[in-house]
Design a protein around this ligand. Structure first.
Ligand code: GNR
Ligand code: NI
Length: 171
């Protein structure tokens, strides 16, 4: 297992559409392990493959509480098949936008169809933090970031700040 470097805003990779995984094989399981290790190291509660530069429709999540047993989850080719009308608001952050947090409103519950790490089709009914995290990660697969769900003024401020920081690093 390997900890991979994270892709940070404004890297255009974050806006790329990820392609479906065609076959759940040993390479894909290795990628899942690397993603989990990278997520735990960060630390974060979720990670999409594109955040380590791999444009594949795959994500990992662990929303277990500190001190509890770890619960690594792997979702391959996830699809939201239904969403609740009820909404909930969470303060979100993103490993690709370090140290920035904002409230985002999303459906409170979602039903998600996906392949597990054995390539078997599964469906999960998620609510609470897991529902929010699944939606945040599935957005990444479509090149969407949580700052796309906040006001344009706030979004442009964040992008400007990270663009400046990236330029300062090259110089
Ligand atoms: O670590 C993370 N925390 C988080 C908190 C609230 C809503 C979503 C998230 S996901 C984020 C990790 C990340 O950037 N995943 O793409
Ligand atoms: Ni994120």
């Amino acid at each position: 297992m390997t900890i991979k470097p994270l892709i940070i805003l404004p890297d255009p990779l974050l806006r790329q559409l990820s392609k479906p995984v065609e076959r759940v094989d040993a390479d894909i399981r290795r990628l899942a392990d690397d993603m989990l290790e990278t997520m735990y190291d960060a630390p974060g509660i979720g990670l999409a493959a594109i955040q380590i530069g791999v444009p594949r429709r795959m994500l990992v999540i662990d929303v277990s509480k500190e001190g509890e047993e770890k619960k690594p989850l792997v979702f391959i080719n996830p699809e939201i098949v239904s969403s609740s009308d009820e909404r909930s608001v969470y303060e979100e952050g993103c490993l690709s936008i370090p140290d920035y947090y904002a409230e985002v409103e999303r459906p409170a519950a979602v039903s998600v169809k996906y392949l597990d790490r054995d390539g078997k089709e599964q469906t999960v009914e998620a609510d609470g933090l897991l529902a929010t995290c699944l939606q945040h990660e599935i957005d990444h697969l479509n090149g969407v970031l949580f700052i796309d769900h906040i006001s344009r003024l706030k979004r442009e401020m964040v992008i400007k700040k990270f663009t400046k920081a990236a330029k300062a690093k090259v110089l």
